[in-house]
Design a protein around this ligand. Structure first.
Ligand code: PMP
Length: 299
């Protein structure tokens, strides 16, 4: 599979360069050790969706690793907007990558003089399909609080990669990962929600990324008077949910059709339809959007 970067421009440490030629050193600690953090955000119909929330989360991920973000949040937002503008994209996925930087090999972050900051954007369809997902429960335990917290969106996704491989080998679309206690955490790259008797339930962020789509859905539930709970979900309970779906900036909201071969009635569930409609409306709501064609103004 080739990835066509024709016409795409990337921001690398202050410069805009053709994305196909953008590179980092083989001595970048992000490459050597996965010593870095990132964000994945979306452009819907010419505007970034909740970019300031993503930039704030990047800041928290970086702070947890004592990594400096070389630009102030609004400067970083301007760099993101400018990258997308130069790419000429109106529906896109955007990555902000921040690594410890170039330095003599060795774990000590002090060997790196300055961080590497990259913004890359590429076309992405506005909302992914609604084909219900087949999920399996992975044997790979999600990053746990006493290891590398799952709330740090770091360049270490190997647990997710291996779980994803397991899912594909089992003929499924993706894997659900459990936490160190055996409770449901999230899927490899999205948060998980379940519906029990009209109540929306999602796991805590003990071992799940505090997703911005997850937050949006919890806000929508509160506004729409949908009962919602953030609590542990155990695999056996999940098997018996009325509906389940995954949420993420990339995935949007996708129903879960079966888990470990057990069918779920997620597709067409009224609560799911209501939340999908609410989410789409939110992605079109000017309060949450930063347009690409206009200069960035303060929030
Ligand atoms: N969990 C993981 C592991 C992810 O990689 C993502 C996607 N960034 C999410 C959840 C969903 O987060 P968000 O809604 O902020 O995209």
């Amino acid at each position: 599979m080739t990835f066509d970067t024709t016409g795409l421009v990337a921001y690398v440490n202050g410069d805009f360069v053709p994305a196909g030629e953008a590179s980092v050193s083989i001595f970048d600690h992000g490459f050597l050790y996965g010593d870095g953090v990132f964000e994945g955000l979306r452009v819907f119909d010419g505007a970034l969706f909740r970019p300031r929330d993503h930039i704030a989360r990047l800041g928290r991920s970086a702070r947890a690793l004592a990594m400096e973000v070389p630009l102030a949040p609004e400067e970083l937002l301007s760099a993101v907007v400018e990258t997308i503008r130069r790419c000429g994209l109106s529906d896109a996925h955007v990555r902000i990558l921040l690594t410890r930087g170039y330095g003599t090999p060795g774990l000590d972050p002090a060997r790196c003089e300055r961080p590497t900051l990259i913004v890359a954007a590429y076309p992405f369809p506005p909302h992914l399909g609604t084909q219900p997902l087949k999920l399996v429960i992975s044997s790979v335990v999600r990053k746990a609080p006493r290891s590398l917290g799952a709330h740090i969106k770091s360049l270490n996704y190997l647990d997710a990669v291996v779980a994803y491989q397991q899912a594909k080998a089992a003929g499924a679309n993706d894997a659900i990962m459990l936490d160190h206690l055996g409770a449901v955490a999230e899927t490899t790259g999205a948060n998980l929600f379940a519906v029990f008797d009209g109540t929306l339930v999602t796991p805590t962020t003990r071992a799940a990324l505090p997703g911005i789509t997850r937050r949006t859905l919890l806000e929508l539930a509160a506004e729409q008077g949908v009962p919602a709970e953030v609590r542990d979900i155990w695999p056996m309970d999940l098997y018996a949910a009325d509906a389940a779906f995954v949420s993420g900036s990339g995935a949007s909201i996708v129903p879960v059709g079966e888990i470990d071969g057990r069918p779920l009635g997620s597709a067409g569930h009224p609560l799911l339809d209501q939340l999908v409609a609410g989410y789409r409306a939110r992605t079109a709501d000017p309060r949450y959007r930063v347009p690409i064609e206009e200069p960035v103004t303060a929030a």
